[in-house]
Design a binder for this molecule. Sequence first.
Ligand code: MAN
Length: 496
Amino acid sequence: MEICFIYVTSLHFLITLICCADVGIKGIALKNAQFYIQNKDFSCLDGSNVIPYSYINDDYCDCLDASDEPGTSACPNGTFYCVNVGHKPLTLPSSRVNDGICDCCDGSDEWRKSEITQYCENTCQMLGNAAKEEAKKIELIFVKGFEIRTKLVIKGKQLKTDKQHKIVELQSKERVAQDSKNEAQHNKEIAEKIEKITIKKYGLIPIGQKSNNEKSKDEIEVADVFNTIDINKNNKIEKEEMNSFITFDLYKDSLIPQDDINYFMDDKKELTYVEFSTISWNRLKLMIFNDKSTFPIQDKSVKAKPSNVFSKQNASFKRFHKSLYDEIKSIFNEAENARKSFEEAGKRLRVIQKELYDIKEFLKKDYGPDDEFAILYEKCFEFHDTQYIYKLCLFSHVTQQSKTDKSFISLGTWKSWNNLPKYNKMLYDKGEDCWNGPQRSTEVHLSCGLIPSFISVSEPNRCKYVMEFILPAACTRLQNIRHSEAIELEHDPQEL
Ligand code: MAN
């Protein structure tokens, strides 16, 4: 019964439209044609007046809604409807009717002039064909883009799964690395304890480990001895200088033992202050100053008898110290190696922790309803204008680099999607402060395109930037496609 009623009503509308509605009236929209019935009084569409049929388009405004003057400019609030057969219909403000300019592609807005001679050329068919061609290309971009997007979805999901697995793997590596760091720390503490005892016992200089006061006291002593031995004052200690000190007559046989001198000098011909203080000083101190005596005066005669400073010492005593040096050296080496191992274990742990942190950061972000944007994470794209190079690193940050002084300004870091659930606007905020203004921020507008490309940058409000970016991941809706992209169809798109 209901269906029958709808059918009868529709049929009645159709009959009215075919036999009675006056589609010949200029400027009416097709949907309104049914209200303009030839030779019947016309009721304004808003009900504001009822007028004789002859008053329609008579250049006099009778209806408040201008519905009696659809084809003239009599009512300021009126509109003219171009049917534009073959192309898109168009609605114009009534002021543009019969103004001498052809606005409708079918020329109907200049109907008065065309009544005399054809005033406007009908370009609807041509425009309609061109629009259809463009629409086909756009459709093709959408279809191809959607195909790529489908692959991106698979890749994005795979990437996320891989990262999740990687987290588990890294967490177990982290535990192992933490254990080995703890062990290295334990070994270091033991080795350093022994080192400390040794240093204390033999009154050595633990280079780089003492407080500033203690250090400077040691440095003064080292510098004193260095200056004493440096007879020619060239800021270096030469072998000849060493040989001119009876102090080095270690065996009290009026000879300076050259193998011992080579040992002091670490097999070098001359020593700088740094080499002396870092290499030779402890060797010297162990072998000569163990009795806390001061450095003896120079004796220009190498053959001279040793001074009584060392008269208490004998050769075996000194040899004992040389071997003691080796023992101490190995204690120092052990402590040094333990420190290095600890440092390396710490480094290894930090590398793992950094990787873990990065993956967690990656997984925190929303890569679209199907993870179709995931593989673009931290991928960067540039746009150059006359003044700046803009760099957009997706899901990460945006910068502006001046072409003149090469300085960088942050235009924001990843914040979020800006108009969910559409996933076509990204927001990067908390960029560098704008002078006397807000913090810089950037909105990135995404639309469908086969190749990810940075299309444009603008600054509609000071320090608020808008970037246009195209990519296949955004090929979800036909209206998202940029028309200019049509020409790129011939190129082989990369799958991003
Ligand atoms: C720099 C740039 C411009 C910005 C001004 C604001 O010159 O970041 O984009 O408009 O600063 O002072």
